[in-house]
Design a protein around this ligand. Structure first.
Ligand code: GRF
Length: 204
């Protein structure tokens, strides 16, 4: 059985595309059943529609409170019988309201090696700091900012002749591998959260 996934986005959706491509090719035991954006102009919405995936804009401006915005999202998730929520470039923090409803069923990709450089500009922050090694992190989402238990990390060494663009481009390609891999582990039931650690079980 394929795991029913919702992908939440705010922008271009290249990570979304990598998930769609891998699930369509049969490479991932998952099906993207809906895509939800908080921004009208997010190109990811078009990507979803192109693949016949239900795509929704849930605009925070239409709601007085964050919890009400999340409630509208939760309704869509419930209606679509979503089992796993993937935040892929979704630029909002979640409140306890949504986390409690989908506890341990929400994962996020962050473009730096956490706990370094959390926040909205992982690439920029790592680059400006002058690190020699960066990468990306997929983690379960908790109340904090990019602070939940880590599932997988990928490493992106900074090369001498890198520009910010080449560094970021290589990092993004890495994200497109690491995020689907983490989703696979989740779908195969191979992730166990033990305190701060996520244990990866052997494949049966
Ligand atoms: C990615 O770098 C992701 O890690 C970050 O936002 C970016 C989204 O890119 N949180 P895309 O929309 O998947 O192309």
């Amino acid at each position: 059985m394929k795991t029913r996934i919702a992908v939440l986005i705010s922008g271009s959706g290249t990570n979304l595309q990598s998930i769609i491509d891998r699930s369509e090719s049969g490479d991932l035991p998952a099906q993207v059943v809906c895509v939800i954006s908080d921004r009208e102009k997010a190109f990811g919405l078009e990507r979803a529609r192109k693949h016949g995936i239900r795509a929704f804009l849930v605009n925070p401006k239409d709601f007085a409170k964050r919890e009400e915005h999340e409630e509208a999202i939760i309704r869509l998730l419930d209606d679509n019988r979503v089992e796993l929520v993937v935040l892929a470039g979704y630029m909002r923090l979640l409140t306890r309201h949504m986390l409690e409803r989908y506890r341990n069923r929400i994962i996020n990709i962050h473009p730096a090696l956490l706990p370094s450089f959390p926040g909205t500009d992982g690439y920029g922050d790592a680059w400006r700091y002058g690190v020699k090694v960066s990468g990306c992190t997929v983690h379960f989402v908790d109340e904090g900012c990019d602070s939940g238990p880590i599932i997988l990390q990928g490493v992106n060494p900074v090369e001498e002749d890198d520009t910010f663009e080449s560094f970021r481009e290589r990092g993004l390609k890495l994200e497109h591998k690491v995020l689907p891999e983490a989703i696979r582990l989740y779908c195969e039931g191979r992730l166990r959260i033990e305190g701060r650690k996520v244990r990866i079980l052997e494949k049966e």
